[in-house]
Design a protein around this ligand. Structure first.
Ligand SMILES: C[S@@+](CC[C@H](N)C(=O)[O-])C[C@H]1O[C@@H](n2cnc3c(N)ncnc32)[C@H](O)[C@@H]1O
Length: 390
């Protein structure tokens, strides 16, 4: 078949891309969404202008039924719909958490509750929510080692760290799960299996909204900031989405308002944060094609490889950068090198005399010397960013 490369086929391709990106296929008729809507209504959630739909670019998300005005409330989810550590403490797990030593983390409590409720099946009051949760995830911890091996080096290292973290999270919680045995007729090992806990961990990590709770004695010192927000958690990410999202202490609802107007039948997106694609893949299992925060990580090996091998001070310079946490997260973005990368490069490129004068002989004031380099680099990074847009 001939591969069309002419002007007409380019225009056709472009049109297809634009229309398929904005048009979603309504999924609100699906039984699981009808059940979810009833469940939300029972908990005083008012109907919204949004419906579940599937989009070619982003997958399942929420679509506007009507056009939306700037500042319009699009979701107001009552506290009673949120799944938080309060929900867990009020449940049958509460007494077990309260007496367990050392205290479990807030995330462990949420994961244990999710696994236990999913195991309860039809008996779970959370069933309509559990039914719409993804069955599997695409975060690196879920990928086969051969796939992880194909990732760029710094990301590969972070993906392996994530796997180790989850494995430790599960193995260090085994005794806690054993303590829950009186609640179940089946063996807890089969209920709280690695795959069940991996699913729960990914559910919390890819879907939870930020809702800070004061520390409590029954939990470990890790911050308690995750809340699962049914329906609201169907919103996909766009780096340039403009919405305002926060828990309103007066209305006791998690509220989302548009910051700009939005057309009818468009996907409504929120911004998960100014994340680069490494972070999006690690935390959410996807990458964003036109990501203004996309960047390339520069490893220590690459830095050393392209600097003069004759520099006798290279090892000393590298260890100064390591000591001051300036060897990780060095990146090139759309605007050129980040100020961290510029700082590292400045230090590594200092001539012997200047290096001795500015850094070595002032060992006691090394931090301020580095800070000065960093400040100069911040200025340069901003300057190169401005140049790009002129
Ligand atoms: C809070 S959920 C959003 C709803 C989700 N799409 C669903 O079907 O349940 C976050 C997950 O949605 C997916 N996602 C969000 N934004 C995306 C995007 N721009 N492109 C592709 N997938 C996206 C990722 O799998 C991410 O982990």
């Amino acid at each position: 078949m001939k591969n069309g490369g002419g002007r007409t086929s380019r225009i056709r391709r472009r049109k297809l891309f634009t229309s398929s990106e904005s048009r979603g296929v309504n999924e609100s008729y699906k039984p699981e969404f009808i059940e979810l809507k009833k469940w939300l209504k029972d908990r005083k959630f008012e109907d919204t202008n949004l419906i579940p739909a599937r989009f070619p670019g982003t997958g399942r998300g929420l679509m506007s039924k009507t056009s939306l005005r700037e500042g319009q409330m699009i979701i107001s989810l009552p506290e009673s719909c949120l799944l938080t550590t309060d929900t867990v403490l009020r449940s049958y797990l509460g007494a077990y958490i309260a007496k367990w030593q050392p205290p479990p983390s807030p995330v462990l409590a949420l994961c244990a509750f999710l696994v236990s409720e999913r195991h309860a099946g039809d008996r779970s009051p959370w069933k309509p929510y559990l039914e719409v949760l993804p069955k599997a995830y695409t975060c690196p911890v879920c990928l086969e080692p051969e796939v992880v091996n194909l990732l760029p080096k710094p990301l590969k290292a972070k993906a392996r760290e994530q796997r180790t973290h989850v494995q430790e999270f599960v193995s260090s919680s085994r005794d806690f799960f054993s303590s829950l045995q009186p609640l179940f007729s089946e063996a807890v090992e089969s209920i709280f299996s690695y795959s069940a806990l991996l699913w729960a961990w990914c559910t919390v990590n890819t879907r939870a909204v930020y809702r800070k709770r004061a520390p409590r004695q029954c939990f470990s010192a890790e911050p308690d900031t995750c809340a699962l927000a049914p329906f609201l958690d169907l919103l996909n990410h766009s780096p340039d989405a403009q919405v305002k999202a926060a828990f309103n202490e007066e209305t006791r609802c998690y509220e989302i308002r548009t910051a700009v107007s939005c057309g009818k039948h468009k996907e409504v997106l929120i911004c998960y944060g100014p994340h680069d694609n490494h972070r999006l893949l690690l935390e959410y299992g996807f990458v964003s094609i036109r990501n203004p925060h996309a960047c390339v990580y520069v490893s220590k090996d690459v830095l050393v490889k392209y600097l003069p091998s004759t520099d006798k001070r290279m090892n000393q310079k590298i260890s100064i950068l390591e000591d001051h946490d300036f060897i990780e997260n060095l990146t090139f973005g759309w605007d050129g090198p980040s100020w961290r990368l510029l700082t590292a490069l400045k230090l590594l490129c200092l001539e012997a005399e200047e290096f001795v004068e500015r850094i070595v002989t002032h060992a006691a004031v090394r931090r301020p010397a580095l800070e000065l380099l960093a400040r100069e680099s911040r200025g340069n990074a901003r300057y190169s960013a401005n140049l790009r847009y002129k």
